[in-house]
Design a protein around this ligand. Structure first.
Ligand code: PRX
Length: 680
């Protein structure tokens, strides 16, 4: 029975269950809970058998030489490691492009419908086209001297060249490190330096809605900072002419001015013009690195999460197939940016591994109109739509009219990722986008996990709004209390995993010790997610959010430390403490307490300056919504800031708990009386 629930009202509870439509079962890979349970049991009890069966769908130039799965999760027993199919040789790019053409005859099938920021700017890229561009790019990189194991930084907007570059790296065994094009010069510089990327691929610029972004200028600043900080210079910087060609087409006399360093800068189109269209893949060990992707760390220094070739291929392929119940005629659209893990796994690798047709979108949901998402779904007859709760909440504000203008009947499955989805947003998505007939797969996972780890399977699972339901194959969750004791039955605690699945990260680039201490030291024997989680009476899991110093703003992780260090770099700021506060669209937003140096007042001008400073240091996603001047911060006698007290002040709640250990309890009332009422 589908219970009544009004959108906009939080009436959905864990007793509200939504059943999959029967028609989905007919061609489902997992048609019911019983099948799931049988497959799940095998996946965790006999992982070697389970994954080796799936591995048969791919090409391995040679088979594993050692154990199919080998790992240690217990720091007390030695080094942490995970190895799947050790000794096997393959190439992921070959598996997800060439094989689709030669073995599955999908050469003329569309791999991507590329939809630009401007609705008239679109492209169709077949599997054959993709192979050609990727091979050309691979040859270009090789000619420049890029070799197996070299790190290549990629700082591009959502344009086809981003796909070509990442896949070209995968083809020749270079390690791509993609940096989201919304990150600042400082962030790009830090990432280039951390993994010593000798090559950078970027673009002249792009439009984001109406806003023009001069990406080359930011990239130039980043390279200058690399020279200043560590005397590090890239060997080559390849520049895609993207914005320039758009401006020309628009007859825009406001031509883009970009600076050019003739020692290193090279135009993409010049290099590609004469590149050969065939490139033999580099045959790699399955445990060779595939890519590095940076994610926030609690020390403020981002962590270079490292994924390897074989396990990542297996797991992204399997999750894509099962979680989206992939069928050959599907048109799939994930709205994420490839600069985040969602884009890596579910725009590039997972869909291509299944020979799927995807939409790749450069623009934003509200340009040129607020119905852009719905227009694209109608235009391409999208069957599977995967987006973030923050986008849903933003679009809910415009009501149902923009949705009703479009025929969304092609939709079969909806997906959600990045943060807990609140029941109001879930209901709106379910009713108005899915017309109450499309299951919503609420996929919980992390940059570190490489793919979905807790998620519904759409034809098999009854859904509860806000629950990521049950573990995916091979994933064994547990809930622990502070003392590391496992909690059984209905319970809430730290979400951990007790055994690896193929795409779990292998290390933090250049810092294995940090990898072990971040994820394995707290509870020996377990991978610690950093999230809190509740298990209900039916065994369903409900992610309750981060329980470390991490914040989730619009589905993007930030650490309090990185924002604090950006603030304290400003001359006027002596000390800063950052906490989260709920936000109706972003989920969480930043509330910053700053103690100013003598002679400074928090004027409107300084507030604006501080916000701009954080944007410049990290990027627009880290822009603080609230900045409050704090004559002092609530600290224990040992000098530790009591963040839970600051969170209460930011939220104007008075559930303060025990504050007797504060060195100066009177500061709490002072801060309450001076709270920010409105966003800065
Ligand atoms: O807190 C969880 C939240 O996002 C974090 C991972 O962020 P990131 O590595 O940037 O990857 C985001 C895309 C996979 C998690 O630790 N998170 C992600 N998906 C969900 C979620 N929280 C609740 N429900 C989800 N479906």
């Amino acid at each position: 029975m589908v219970p009544e629930s009004e959108p906009g009202k939080s009436t959905a509870t864990e007793d509200h269950v939504f059943y999959p439509p029967p028609e989905l079962r007919t061609d489902a890979h997992v048609p019911d809970l019983e099948t799931y349970k049988t497959m799940y049991k095998k996946s965790v009890e006999k992982p070697e058998e389970f994954w080796s069966e799936l591995a048969k769908e791919f090409y391995w130039k040679s088979s594993p030489t050692g154990k199919f799965l080998d790992y240690n999760f217990d720091v007390t027993k030695g080094k942490i490691y995970v190895k799947f199919m050790e000794g096997a040789i393959t190439n992921i790019c070959y598996n997800i492009i060439d094989r689709n053409i030669t073995e599955k005859n999908l050469g003329d099938k569309i791999a991507y419908f590329w939809e630009g920021n401007d609705p008239n700017d679109c492209l169709r890229i077949s599997y054959k086209d993709l192979l050609k561009h990727v091979c050309k790019c691979a040859n270009v990189l090789k000619k420049l001297g890029v070799k197996k194991g070299d790190r290549v930084a990629v700082y591009l907007p959502m344009i086809p060249e981003l796909l070509y570059t990442m896949l070209a790296c995968a083809r020749i065994g270079a390690v791509h490190s993609i940096v989201f094009a919304g990150f600042s010069a400082e962030s790009l510089c830090d990432r280039i330096l951390d993994s010593q990327c000798a090559y950078l691929i970027t673009a002249d610029g792009f439009f984001r809605g109406e806003k023009m972004v001069n990406l080359k200028q930011i990239a130039d600043e980043a390279l200058e900072k690399c020279r200043d900080k560590e005397n590090f210079a890239v060997k080559a910087c390849i520049v895609v002419k993207h914005l320039g060609t758009r401006l020309k087409k628009m007859n825009n006399c406001n031509q883009l001015q970009i600076s050019w360093n003739s020692d290193t800068d090279l135009w993409w189109h010049d290099l590609m013009a004469n590149a050969a269209e065939v490139c033999e893949p580099e045959w790699l060990s399955v445990e060779d690195p595939l890519f590095i992707l940076y994610t926030s760390g609690s020390t403020g220094k981002p962590k270079g999460v490292l994924h390897t070739v074989g396990g990542y291929l297996l797991y992204t392929a399997a999750t894509f197939k099962y979680v989206f119940n992939y069928q050959p005629d599907d048109i799939y659209w994930c709205t994420a940016d490839i600069g985040w893990i969602t884009g890596h796994s579910y725009i590039t690798y997972g869909p291509l591994a299944n020979g799927a047709t995807s939409v790749m979108f450069e623009g934003i949901p509200v340009y040129p109109q607020v119905d852009r998402f719905w227009e694209i779904i109608e235009k391409y007859k999208v069957t599977t739509f995967y987006t973030a709760p923050t986008a849903i909440r933003m679009l809910m504000k415009y009501g149902e009219e923009p949705v009703k203008k479009h025929n969304l009947k092609s939709l079969k499955i909806l997906g959600s990722v990045g943060e807990p989805i609140n029941p109001e947003a879930w209901m709106w998505y379910y009713r108005f986008i899915g017309n109450s007939r499309c299951p919503i797969v609420d996929t919980f996972w992390q940059t570190e996990t490489g793919g979905h780890v807790m998620t519904p399977l759409p034809a098999a699972f009854p859904l509860k709004p806000g629950s990521a339901t049950l573990p995916f194959f091979g994933v064994v969750p547990a809930l622990l209390n502070e003392h590391g004791e496992e909690l059984l039955g209905e319970a809430e605690g730290y979400l951990v995993f007790s055994q690896p699945w193929p795409s779990l990260m292998r290390t933090i680039y250049g810092n294995h010790e940090r990898f072990e201490s971040t994820y394995f030291r707290k509870f020996p024997g377990f991978y610690v997610t950093g999230d809190g989680c509740r298990r209900d009476k039916d065994g369903y899991y409900w992610i309750t959010g981060r329980i470390d110093d991490m914040l989730n703003v619009s589905g993007h992780l930030l650490s309090t430390a990185e924002v604090e260090s950006a603030l304290t770099e400003h001359l006027a700021v002596a000390e800063a403490a950052v906490v989260s506060r709920p936000h109706p669209v972003k989920g969480e937003c930043l509330y910053c307490f700053v103690t100013l140096r003598d002679g400074h007042d928090l004027t409107d001008a300084l507030t604006t300056e501080l916000r701009a400073h954080v944007r410049e240091k990290i990027g627009p996603i880290a822009s603080p919504d609230f900045i409050q001047s704090a004559p002092g911060l609530p600290k224990t006698r040992s000098g530790k800031i009591m963040r839970r007290v600051l969170r209460q002040i930011a939220r104007n709640e008075r559930d303060l708990g025990d504050i007797s250990t504060l060195a100066d309890p009177s500061i709490v009332e002072v801060l309450f009386s001076q709270r920010c009422q409105a966003a800065a």
